[in-house]
Design a protein. Sequence first.
Lengths: 306, 290
Amino acid sequence: MQWWEPVLWLLAFAAPWTLPHHALIINEIAIVALFAVSLDLVLGYSGIVSLGHASFLGFGAYTAALFAKWIHPDPLLGLAVGTAAACVLGALCSATILRGSDLTRLMVTLGMALILFELANKFDGLTGGSDGLQGVMMGPVLGRFEFDLMGQVAATYSLAVLLVLFFLARRLVHSPFGATLMAVRDNRLRAMAIGVPVSARLAVAYTIAAGVAGAAGALMAQTTGFASLDVFALERSADVMLILVIGGVGWLYGGVVGAVVFKLMHDVISSITPQYWTFWMGLFLVVLVMVGRERLFKPWTWMGRS
Amino acid sequence: MTILFDGIAYGMLLFILAVGLSVTMGLMNFINLAHGAFAMVGGYLTVVLMQRLDVPFLVCLPLAFAGTALLGAFLERTLYRPMYRKPHLDQVLFSIGLAFMAVASVDYFVGSQQQIMQLPEWLKGRTELGTGTPWELGMGHYRLFIIAVCAALTVGLQYVLSATRFGSRLRASVDDPRVAAGMGINVNVVFALTFAVGSGLAGLGGALGAEVLGLDPTFPLKFMVYFLIVVAVGGTSSITGPLLAALLLGVADVAGKYYVPKLGAFIVYSLMLAILMWRPQGLFVRQGGK
């Protein structure tokens, strides 16, 4: 725990109450940050390139929304159910990412998201198809705090979940388990040689990350009262990868920092050119890679040779 | 039979679109998600030339090839070359950024509506064979044209790869770039040429496919998945692998959409997932390669 961390979190929790007009975007940032932290567990700590992380976000979102609609409106219960469902899906999918090259992993993760997209689209009786799942009414958090229109309760709720899962994730990556994950990422063969059960470790890491992503999806569905097909879209998976890369891969705060920067950038650019903001995002990505990910925020190194 | 025929036409088209990608991926181990953007450029080039300048369709096709090949060569020299040695994550980010830029620029310059191809009269008809028998076969003339062009291209490519000096250089570079460079092959030039031809083929495929696949600014993102499936399933070490994979995908997709329209693309994705779990390196991998 660094000295600035409590300050940061206190500021984050104070933000929705001191800036009530921005509570909605703070809520979005918290959810996206949680999603990015989840991807960081997979990409940054386990070295699995995934282009379909939105599968778990979407699965969590739909599960939470359906649970609230048909079974019980309590948010915390829904959150737990969404997380658990995404964990199960992650455990099933982890079998697909253990073998093959980066390209194969890219394809199977992407394929998974596409399959879920198609399923959600086709079973429109359950999911509402391309209209999205509407009419989700959430109960009050902890039986006391109603979700308000300004989104202040929603933002605080999301931030609280982010805080808890963030510190759990940090506990995880700093444990011996996390150390073996990083060993696998850096050199799979050597990790295997010193006796790390590579496949089992990767599967567990993937399952946990899927659960965290599911929690992010559940939060998204609960705070907006809505789940639509675009939670599975390729853009989501690409966005979250961009977020993580902006903030820094293999550093849990990277996801949080990236989410803040990305959301604010998105907000500013799309208020200037609503239709063509993907162009600027694309340009940003290209420049980012050309300059070098680790050098972008250190302008003094741009001129030197890499 | 008609479904089989349509599926083959579709598969041939996918093969032409994806073969460049498969070679680039095999040659430089570069994951290029922007490949669909080249196909889109070719398609738009054709549509714009035909609609605004009244260029005949058959003239447009070589122009689409040349235009995208030039663009590919230019981008290869300026943007792609520094990316080869970077990790896969960087390549994915870079090429997806490029694809996003292409989508937004086309949207800006041409508009987001779907483009309609005006085919020449002699390609519009349809021939029915064996009407009334169980083997009824209806062939759209345009599909027939696509199959003919793509088959000719495939034979040509196979000849170039297997029988010419350039082909053997290319295969040597794919197998092991370092040793190939040591033997005096200029791998960079080989690669630039291949990249240009691959992009050109994608452009040609985009031009041919504009009528079948539909052409709008989201084309690169929509079909990128299909190209990647072809490459991932077919493997990157030969062109027969992607060809068979593309045919399989084309037939499966058309048949799936015809017989169980409700499940749509679901079948294709599940098939890919199953194949990749069974053979993670692709279906048709030469043993003993790198």
